[in-house]
Design a protein around this ligand. Structure first.
Ligand SMILES: [Zn+2]
Ligand SMILES: [Zn+2]
Length: 88
């Protein structure tokens, strides 16, 4: 993933620390940003992600995609790159 893409809580700007702070309804505990919100065990896709309070988050739920900052810019660049490849 490009450096410009930053992951942080849209509500309080807490940044995930790579630790498994999320628990699925099936009991699996994992780092949801490793899998873009999908449980590695039961494959449930979580559209919303809770900001974990233990490591300093605010405890509020936000759309998983809203956690990714600059993703739009990155996507734009990728699309531009693809367009250019197609034209060449
Ligand atoms: Zn699960
Ligand atoms: Zn938060």
């Amino acid at each position: 993933m490009p450096n410009e893409v930053k992951i942080e809580c849209p509500k309080c700007s807490w940044e995930p620390d790579g630790q498994p702070h999320w628990q699925c309804s099936c009991g699996t505990v994992w780092n949801t940003f490793d899998t873009a919100g999908r449980c590695p065990s039961c494959k449930k896709q979580w559209k919303h992600t809770c900001c974990p309070t233990d490591p300093g988050g605010c405890g509020q739920w936000s759309l998983h995609l809203d956690w990714y900052k600059n993703l739009d810019k990155w996507l734009e660049k990728e699309i531009e790159a693809v367009k250019q490849e197609v034209m060449v």
